[in-house]
Design a protein around this ligand. Structure first.
Ligand code: GCO
Length: 424
């Protein structure tokens, strides 16, 4: 598969998952409380904060030419209204290191984690959050905008809505399962819930902190959209040349017979209802990992015998092409694949996954779709949120004792995709 000149092939990370010691963020706080639900805390993560030069060098040596990473709001603005110049300079160095190596830095301003102070003010359900986010975006635009071309405001803006939908499904299933063992499960859950609520109150001043990755109300969904609009305006004012968009988590939603209506609803919730807010964006970041089969009653498990990834998703790299084509039907701006990947301990399956995903991208390009970049998730084996370090998505392994980097074959393979030609 040969990708055209000017196409970006890279890898993605998020600050909290790789940097380490992100002590002012809401995730860090949740990791420390006894009932926060985390398998382990992020700690020094991959120590990417100190080792970014090595990581970027490895990318460049393999032939990659783009790096999508995020700036940590809680580092830049650890207390409301106080911006940290030293941290800003850190990210300037990361951006420059990319440029020196011929790598395009694609920056995300918010990748799931927020400063604790924001959550104490009501987080992603509070009417004050769009203005707070826009102030931070303006600061980054002014300080670093001249060094950048593409900025994603918010990662997976639709994540909270997806979590609400899953929570509803689980509740329904629990009610059904309750006919068998309801008391035990519910009691356990409520006991845990009570402890978590108390601990949350101590840290965030509320039982139910509205962190970005939590079940979102329709009002919260509006807040996220408004935060994007205001940040976009602030960035354009500070650095008019910037191309701006956000990213969405998009499943390849497929209906099985009888599930057509539900599948349409699902896609509407995941994508179509955001069309008005992204209409003025320059690009969209598409993030796809698998497909979801939908029957008349909702999501179905993967087909029998399907290969599963460590995350339990179906191995289905074709989902990416389907989603790109579907997005393009309604959104005519540029498309950047900001995440696509697989958690597996068998790197030959990663190579197979990427090969097939890139064939899909190539086919979209041949049809003239404006796809600009493919960023694999993730550059490093990293901190997969509540699942800790147990999921290995990386093109590069990380020895958890020594922090040594262990490049995998898939890293070289991905870099080669810009120059190799197998006739496809
Ligand atoms: C996501 C995230 C990543 C995850 C990845 C793998 O946007 O959901 O950007 O933080 O680690 O999706 O699950």
């Amino acid at each position: 598969m040969k990708l055209p000149l000017g196409f970006w092939v890279g890898a993605a990370t998020a600050a909290h998952q790789v940097e380490g010691n992100n002590t002012r963020s809401d995730y860090w706080a949740q990791e420390q409380i006894p009932h926060g639900g985390f398998r382990e805390p992020s700690g020094i993560a991959c120590d990417h904060y100190n080792r970014y030069e090595e990581d970027i060098r490895l990318m460049a040596e393999a032939g990659l030419n783009a790096y999508r990473f995020s700036i940590e709001w809680a580092r830049i603005e650890p207390e409301e209204g106080r911006f940290d110049v030293q941290e800003t300079e850190h990210y300037r160095r990361v951006i420059r290191c990319c440029r020196e190596r011929g790598i395009e830095p694609i920056v995300t301003l918010h990748h799931f984690t927020s400063p604790v102070w924001l959550i104490r003010k009501g987080g992603w359900e509070a009417d004050t959050t769009p203005a707070d986010f826009a102030r931070y975006a303006a600061y980054i635009g002014e300080q670093l905008g001249s060094e950048l071309r593409y900025v994603c405001t918010i990662n997976e803006a639709n994540m909270g809505v997806q979590i609400s939908a899953v929570a509803r499904d689980i509740f329904q299933q629990m009610q059904a399962a309750g006919k068998i063992q309801m008391g035990v499960n519910l009691e356990d859950l409520m006991r845990k819930g009570g402890d978590t609520a108390r601990e949350n109150r101590e840290v965030f001043g509320t039982d139910n902190p509205a962190v970005f990755v939590s079940a979102r109300t329709p009002h919260g969904d509006e807040i996220v959209m408004q935060a994007h609009r205001e940040a976009r305006a602030a960035l354009r004012k500070a650095a008019p040349h910037l191309k701006i968009g956000w990213t969405l988590s998009l499943h390849d939603v497929q209906a099985v017979p009888g599930g057509e209506e539900r599948a349409r609803e699902e896609w509407g919730q995941e994508f179509t209802h955001y069309l008005p807010v992204i209409a003025e964006d320059d690009f969209i970041g598409v993030q796809n990992y698998s497909r979801t089969l939908i029957g008349p009653g909702g999501s179905l498990p993967p087909p029998e015998g399907a290969e599963l990834t460590q995350m339990g998703y179906e191995f289905y790299p074709e989902g990416l092409e389907h989603v790109i084509r579907r997005v393009h039907e309604d959104f005519k701006g540029e498309i950047l694949v900001t995440e696509n990947g697989i958690a597996t301990s068998d790197d030959t399956r990663r190579v197979a996954f990427i090969t097939r995903a890139l064939q899909g991208v190539g086919s979209c390009l041949r049809d003239g779709l404006p796809v600009k970049a493919y960023c694999y998730w993730s550059l490093l084996d990293n901190f997969e949120w509540q699942k800790g370090f147990s999921m290995t998505f990386g093109l590069i392994g990380v020895d958890r004792e020594t922090m040594w980097r262990i490049p995998k074959d898939s890293l070289w393979m991905l870099g080669q995709s810009l120059i190799a030609d197998d006739g496809n």
